[in-house]
Design a protein around this ligand. Structure first.
Ligand code: GLN
Length: 543
């Protein structure tokens, strides 16, 4: 693109949350990137938490961690998975963060003499942050998604800041996309546009107008030209700027669905973006969706978690299953197993028909004993196993208790006075008092031993993976565990920390202290997930 002017695209949501605004933003990112544009995506979250790191996954879904250790909203995960770039703390902002920074400056005396107000101080800080993502002036387009829905009280400063920013940057350089719901009312037998009209009215009240609408529709109730015209008329947008985002089998279809409606071409022409090549490259995605829809095999993975009631709590793991399923030409089915139930029910029954067991990360001792039993079951029955963070710690506890005969071995997170604290707080963590942003967070190096499951997967001896935890394998017990056959195939040499454990004489048993799911992408499946699913397929075929 010949330019100096960066283009700004804002993605808002109306009517209700959960419409897939993040997927629309990510899909748009995918399409623009496919046109060879340099793009980034950022999220503005109106809630008052400084970041989502301290939020309960039941309320907010998973906390997504970036390389730089920022704890972010799960939408950042979608962005990275779609556009295949590593984002940074500049791509995420919450009201809490904005107020925190403004108030810190106020205390320092930076605003001496002034009355600190939402307009201009908070809005200026929001604008500063929106622009800061392009610090190095490398982006052609910045996509900014605002969390929540138009009309939320907390969101108002963000919309006001965007209104001002559009004026600053020039209307011709900015575009507002409003995502809304078009419900189909059975009794009336028709799609209703009123909720969309109302949410657009809310936007207009605050001086903003959508340039485009992306309407969520249910199967078979597609947008026709009559509804497009009506929406255009009432919402003051061109009928050809009304798009549809229907329910689909896989979120990775959305870029294709939008592209088939010429969404990307309309955006490019509305923003007058000069392209060297205006052919959107979608071959890879088309093939991936084709494989996803026509799997050659089926595998079932037991996911033994404790936040099973909200699948978003394990979003990145579920996405990594999709990526690794596509790579292995298999459909990955998830059997949700509440780890607490493993403490009382028969494991044979629970794991019936299961080809692989995954124990995800987590905090607190609820369901821990069940997770330890799940590790034992998969070890003894030679079922492929992937333990992630807490899951890896449970595998080490299982091994210590049942193979190394360290009776009552535990993590000091669950039993402070255990005789065998095989998992313990790092000395640095012992002094930590505050909960927010104080874990071992973000990307750390790990050296991989040859002749291991991990090496076979990565095919590299040095990797980097993302972390979010306080506890570690206690090096006091390493020697004994090693002697008894637990292999430490990945280590952070600088900090002398165990990163990967494996059980030998097993088809595939790997525990990792980090979170591989955070780095799996539609165009680049994570090697551990790929091999875990491959091992599960083998297990299934050998049955
Ligand atoms: N609770 C464990 C720790 O803090 C594991 C954390 C996790 O699984 N993310 O070390």
């Amino acid at each position: 693109m010949s330019k100096n002017q960066t283009k700004y695209i804002f993605v808002f949501g109306g009517v209700l949350s959960g419409l897939g605004k993040g997927i629309v933003a990510s899909s748009l990112g995918y399409l623009l990137k496919s046109l060879n544009l340099n793009i980034t995506i950022q999220k503005l979250d109106p809630y008052l938490n400084v970041d989502p790191g301290t939020m309960n996954p039941f309320q907010h879904g998973e906390v997504f961690v970036l390389d730089d250790g920022s704890e972010t909203d799960l939408d950042l995960g979608h962005y990275e998975r779609f556009i295949d770039v590593n984002l940074s703390r500049e791509n995420t902002t919450s009201s809490g963060r904005v107020y925190w920074d403004v108030l810190k400056r106020e205390r320092k005396g930076d605003y001496l003499g002034e009355t600190i107000q939402v307009i201009p101080h908070i809005t200026d800080e929001i604008k500063r942050r929106i622009i800061k993502v392009n610090n190095r002036k490398k982006f052609d387009v910045i996509i900014t998604e605002v969390g929540g829905t138009v009309g939320d009280i907390e969101g108002q400063p963000f919309y006001e800041a965007i209104r001002q920013l559009i004026l600053d940057q020039g209307k011709e350089n900015c575009l507002v996309i409003h995502t809304t719901l078009l419900p189909f009312i059975n009794a009336a037998g028709e799609v209703k546009t009123k909720p969309t009209q109302h949410s657009v009215m809310r936007l207009r009240e605050i001086g903003l107008e959508p340039d485009m609408l992306v309407c969520r529709t249910e199967d078979d109730n597609h947008l026709n030209s009559k509804i497009k015209k009506k929406l255009g008329l009432f919402c003051n947008v061109l009928p050809e700027h009304v798009f549809e985002s229907p329910d689909v089998d896989s979120i990775y279809e959305i870029p294709l669905v939008l592209n088939s409606q010429k969404f990307d071409s309309y955006i490019v022409s509305a923003l007058k973006i000069n392209l060297k090549n205006n052919h959107t490259k979608l071959k890879y995605l088309k093939e991936a969706i084709n494989r996803y829809k026509n799997p050659e095999k089926d595998v079932t993975i037991a996911l033994c978690g404790k936040y099973n009631g909200l699948h978003d709590a394990y979003k990145s793991i579920l996405e990594a299953f999709i990526h690794s399923g596509i790579k292995n030409k298999a459909k990955v089915h998830v059997k949700w197993i509440d780890s607490e139930t493993l403490e009382k029910d028969s494991l044979e029954d629970k794991f019936l028909g299961v080809d692989g067991i995954l124990i995800p990360g987590g905090f607190g001792n609820r369901g821990i004993e069940g997770k330890i039993l799940a590790s034992k079951f998969s070890r003894e029955n030679k079922i492929p196993f992937l333990g992630i963070c807490l899951g890896m710690q449970c595998a080490v506890i299982d091994f210590a208790r049942h193979i190394s005969k360290m009776n009552g071995a535990n993590s000091t997170e669950f039993n402070k006075s255990t005789k065998y604290p095989v998992i313990d707080l790092m000395p640095k963590q012992k002094k930590v008092k505050n909960k927010g942003a104080t874990m071992r967070l973000g990307s750390y190096k790990c050296s991989i031993k040859k002749n291991s499951f991990a090496y076979n997967a990565y095919k590299e001896i040095s990797i980097e993976e993302r972390h979010r935890h306080r506890y570690e394998v206690n090096d006091k017990f390493e020697k004994q565990l090693l002697k008894d056959g637990l292999s430490f195939s990945g280590k952070n040499k600088k900090l002398n920390l165990v990163e990967v454990v494996e059980v030998e004489n097993h088809p595939w048993f790997v525990g990792v202290q980090f979170h591989p799911e955070l780095k799996s992408r539609i165009v680049k499946v994570h090697p551990l997930f790929k091999d875990f699913i491959a091992a599960a397929i083998k297990f299934n075929e050998a049955k």
